[in-house]
Ligand binder design. Structure first.
Ligand code: BYC
Ligand code: FE
Ligand code: FE
Length: 481
């Protein structure tokens, strides 16, 4: 395994030898100004001049791939970095199992591959757009730096997909690349492609839920694409996953610190009843039932990102060797799914039932199940935090039929426990399960910026350790007024 050094001499840092790939370099360089315009108009609002203590990828070596320094965000070095090519790699699943991986796009799969890459690419700038207001209400400089770190890396993930489109898809690829800068999150005329990426991220509780739940969909999708027989896609996704871990860390610790602070404040004030919302809120912390509602919302929105439980798109992508399963190589089966079944939750005569479906068409369901298990482990860590404070409360994932807009359950209403209810009951009760306008306003009232180094807003505990082992009062962002 050789590790290609990163070339910083070109405008676009890369380890794909762009200096000798003139045509692609030119295409990328002509896309660059539009990207910078997009970043300046749609990236973090009000902080384009700030000096931010960011990590930048300087190698793809898993040990020591990043360096930390103060950077003005528009000067961030968005690079094209692929994990090293593995000698003799073969296609790990599907109809071409065992054949050498492709270094060029197989003609018959061109459209399918382009679509997968475009959808992946679309989510990256969408999340930056959704999060652009958050700097202004950051609960600390530490948190502010974290959202900006996530944002620049999502920007880099867009570059990763743009490189594939421009190198391997000719004129079609250049058109897709241009359109990726034109769609906008939440815009009714030119929305982003997937549902959850057109929702708002109105406050920091949502941001942390988003990075826990939605970036985790990112992880699962990238893991499946990292299996791809199209080797450049696999290599790109493998390196993206290195960065993704931090995004989920931001979400998990962000919620963990919020829970910690709420529970500590309740204990100090001697409040036993978690449902005594008024008294808890008066302490300047977010009550646990409201945190649960936000969890319900972001988990259900993220489940929609897995597509329909039974999907021929997914079956075709698997068969073609383009998109595999989570940890494909660790699964003990034929990797072709010729005669296999997989249990799928379906709506049968108005009841939710587990039905065996051909495993090939149930690929989305399987990935979603792996995702749910991964989320569940995170929830258990949150519950430990609550438990240690002595507050009697547990977080749970709502049933997969709850609040869905895609798949089997999109036409019914179910409570978080999975009980199906009629529309009238749902309308009457939904604010018990999802954040109400009132909840939103209360959270908004706490979103006051804290910009003094080492200080934190009332509703969130400080982190246990700093970024890059910096001390507690480190100035992660030098704000320029
Ligand atoms: N919203 O067969 P179906 C990330 C459409 S996140 C709107 O059920 P399929 C990140 C679908 O397009 C990871 N439309 O689903 C996280 C299709 O439409 P067409 C992003 C939807 O194709 C945080 C029709 O419904 N990466 O990286 O098997 C921050 C029937 O589709 C939705 C990927 O998603 C939806 N939720 O699976 C930053 C990987 N769901 O084509 C970044 C690439 C479905 O008939 N994408 N539809 O018009 C895929 O693998 C698949 O496209 C999907 C859908 C898993 C998304
Ligand atoms: Fe990403
Ligand atoms: Fe991410």
């Amino acid at each position: 395994m050789t590790i290609q050094a990163i070339d910083y001499s070109t405008k676009i840092p890369n380890n794909v030898n762009l200096t000798e790939d003139r045509q692609v370099l030119r295409a990328l360089e002509s896309w660059h100004p539009g990207y910078i315009d997009w970043w300046k108009s749609m990236g973090p609002e009000g902080f384009q001049e700030a000096m931010v203590y960011l990590r930048t990828a300087v190698s793809v070596d898993p040990k020591g791939w990043a360096k930390f320094d103060y950077v003005k965000m528009p000067d961030y070095r968005w690079g094209i970095l692929l994990a090293p090519q593995e000698e003799g790699r073969t296609i790990p699943f599907g109809r071409h199992l065992g054949e050498p991986v492709w270094q060029e796009v197989p003609g018959e799969y061109r459209a399918m591959l382009r679509r997968l890459i475009t959808i992946q690419g679309d989510t990256e700038p969408a999340s930056v757009e959704q999060q652009r207001h958050l700097g202004k209400t950051a609960p600390s400089l530490y948190d502010m730096r974290n959202v900006f770190q996530v944002n620049v890396e999502e920007g880099r993930h867009l570059w990763a997909m743009i490189y594939l489109l421009q190198k391997y898809f000719g004129r079609d690829g250049r058109e897709e690349a241009a359109e990726l800068l034109q769609r906008r999150s939440g815009d009714p005329d030119k929305p982003r492609m997937l549902g959850a990426f057109n929702e708002q991220t109105p406050d920091w509780l949502s941001f942390h839920m988003f990075t826990f739940f939605t970036d985790r969909d990112g992880k699962m999708q990238l893991e499946s694409l990292a299996q791809s027989g199209f080797d450049p896609l696999s290599r790109t996704c493998r390196f993206m996953l290195t960065e993704e871990a931090h995004h989920m860390f931001v979400g998990e610790t962000g919620i963990g610190r919020t829970l910690q602070r709420t529970c500590e404040a309740m204990k100090e004030a001697g409040i036993e009843d978690v449902n005594d919302i008024e008294r808890v809120r008066a302490l300047g912390v977010i009550d646990l039932p409201t945190i649960k509602k936000k969890l319900n919302m972001h988990y259900s929105l993220s489940l929609d990102l897995f597509g329909s439980e039974v999907s021929t798109n997914a079956a075709n992508a698997f068969n073609a060797g383009l998109k595999g399963r989570f940890q494909e190589s660790k699964i003990q089966d034929d990797h072709k799914l010729d005669n296999a079944n997989y249990p799928v939750l379906k709506l049968v005569d108005g009841k939710i039932k587990r039905i065996d479906e051909p495993a090939l068409t149930a690929i989305n369901m399987r990935l979603r199940d792996d995702y749910t298990a991964d989320c569940q482990r995170g929830l258990e860590r949150w519950n430990k935090i609550i438990e240690r404070t002595g507050v009697a409360y547990r977080l749970e994932l709502p049933h997969v039929a709850f609040h869905r807009q895609i798949g089997e359950f999109k036409n019914i209403q179910a409570k978080p426990d999975g009980t199906i209810v009629d529309d009238a009951t749902w309308s009457r009760d939904k604010e018990k399960y999802l954040p109400s306008k009132d909840d939103g306003e209360f959270i908004q009232s706490l979103m006051k910026p804290v910009t003094e180094p080492g200080k934190f807003a009332s509703w969130i505990a400080p982190p246990r350790v700093g970024i890059d082992n910096k001390p507690g009062d480190f100035e992660y962002v030098k704000i320029v007024a």
